[in-house]
Ligand binder design. Structure first.
Ligand code: FAD
Length: 450
């Protein structure tokens, strides 16, 4: 096992002073770690006049930022409209895990999406970590990038069967994925909770807000204008193009990309109700002493559990332990709403009992009923991608490149996903009840060893 991660510390100063926009991530999630640990925000003044562009992108998470970057790099006129600040959504709040693939294993993906789209999305999602780490190098983004690999960890023997499928199927695609026995997993994680794990060399981690802000900076450098505090409030056809209303001015664009994932609103009819805007919760410790840090993930792998209730964790460059999982299905900054994660972490590593948990926050991502991301083209020159179902860090960034090509003329049939209609989920308003019931059912199945 590699133990090259070692114990090193990188504490960055607070970036709060340099953020000039009104609706900052820090305002919304004051105990979120990343506004303290990330690169400073790039200034993105709001739109105050009418503009005309070739492509308008709505939503500055990874999908929108990457699409805008790739369009600007081809010397085309592109504007990115963001309701708050770049990275304000899930991009600036997530676990920072750069994982390959989709929720489903390759054989299921090919079965469900067919050989053409199945293979295309498997290729994009399988190569997505390479895409992320190459982008970081090419753009020179200082975002704590580490490539220690990902561990999909099993805590029941039933889950081990699924690990075998994962390993065997990805190997057929040429991926370097191995099955680790319990002792090896215990060595890597510092806990004996897991009976086995799939170790995937493609994975790694980043400071997610730094990554988003780094792409924003590069997109601006390439010629894109990013308007922060600029919600798109109306979208109507005008000639062969589009008219986007915002509080400070009108944007006229030949093509429009909507990339609003779990924060989708009613801008396009039915979109908000086509996904479940699931909340995921995160906590982080104070920087651990080297003595404790060296007992937890010394090889700097990132870990996500393969159970019915997903828990995920990693260590950052300041030696904090970051852990995420299901929590309250509403926005909350109250520590008590995160205590279940603290208890779980202390169960895995009793040495954390005297460590302070200094940060806690939550955010939303778009879950689709079948866990596949969706591609919609509901009107001419309008493209929508969302629904990464909790796997959108690497995949969202990678998706930006084919989305950019689409907006610049590549035919729809050559995209990585099939076009599907925007379809509201029946009884959508009841989603918090459905999710809570799903969590309870998952806990029960976990207890029964499934
Ligand atoms: C707590 C948490 C942990 C996670 N952990 C991981 C992980 O470790 N690895 C992983 O791969 N994925 C993870 N995810 C999921 C991942 O973060 C998302 O899949 C990804 O960020 C989606 O990117 P996006 O660009 O499509 O959307 P987002 O990053 O959510 O960005 C959407 C943006 O659209 C803006 N917007 C919405 N409506 C409008 C409008 N009308 N006008 C203008 N702007 C608008 C929002 O303000 C927001 O900034 C996690 C998510 C959460 C919440």
């Amino acid at each position: 096992m590699r133990r090259d991660g070692g114990c090193f510390v990188n504490n960055r100063g607070s970036s709060q002073d340099s953020v000039k926009v009104h609706d900052t991530l820090l305002n919304d999630a004051p105990r979120c770690l990343y506004p303290e640990s990330a690169l400073p925000a790039v200034p993105t003044p709001s739109l105050t006049h009418d503009i005309t562009v070739e492509v308008a992108v709505i939503g500055a998470g990874y999908t929108g930022l990457s699409a805008a970057l790739h369009i600007a790099e081809r010397d085309r006129v592109v504007a990115l409209l963001e309701k708050r600040e770049p990275g304000w959504g899930a991009a600036g709040r997530n676990g920072g895990q750069v994982n390959a693939g989709l929720k489903h294993d390759p054989a299921i993906v090919e079965r469900d999406l067919g050989p053409v789209f199945g293979r295309r999305i498997l290729k994009l999602s399988g190569e997505a970590p390479d895409f992320v780490f190459s982008l970081i190098t090419r753009l020179g983004i200082d975002c704590e990038a580490q490539r220690g690999g990902s561990l999909r960890a099993a805590y029941t023997t039933k889950q081990v069967d699924r690990l075998h499928a994962y390993v065997n199927q990805w190997r057929r695609y040429g991926a370097e994925v191995d099955l680790w026995e319990a002792a090896q997993v215990a060595n890597a994680t510092g806990t004996s909770r897991y009976v086995a794990a799939a170790y995937d060399r493609r994975g790694g981690s980043v400071n997610p807000l730094s990554f988003a802000r780094g792409i924003a900076r590069a997109a601006i450098r390439a010629g894109c204008t990013i308007y922060g505090s600029t919600p798109a409030t109306g979208l109507t056809r005008e000639g062969s193009g589009w008219r986007i209303a915002t509080p400070g001015g009108v944007v006229r664009a030949e093509k429009v990309i909507i990339a609003t994932d779990g924060y989708s609103d009613d801008l396009w009819p039915g979109l908000r109700k086509s996904i479940v805007p699931l909340f995921s919760a995160m906590i982080a410790t104070e920087p651990l002493t080297c003595e404790i840090a060296d007992t937890i993930l010394p090889g700097r792998e990132v870990v996500y559990e393969g159970g019915n209730i997903a828990v995920y964790f990693r260590r950052d460059n300041a030696n904090r332990l970051l852990m995420g999982g299901r929590g309250c299905q509403r926005r909350t900054n109250t520590h008590a709403d995160y205590e279940h994660l603290v208890r779980y972490a202390e169960r895995l590593w009793p040495q954390l009992a005297r460590v302070e948990w200094t940060h806690w926050w939550n955010g939303q991502f778009a879950l689709t009923p079948n866990f596949y991301p969706r591609f919609h083209a509901p009107a001419p020159n309008l493209f929508i991608v969302l629904g990464y179902s909790g796997r959108g860090l690497a995949l969202g960034a990678a998706m930006g490149a084919p989305l950019a090509s689409l907006a610049l003329g590549t035919p729809l049939k050559e995209f990585v996903l099939p076009v599907t209609p925007v379809r509201a989920i029946p009884l959508h308003r009841l989603w918090p009840i459905g999710v809570t019931a799903g969590v309870l059912r998952g806990r029960l199945l976990d207890r029964l060893g499934h």
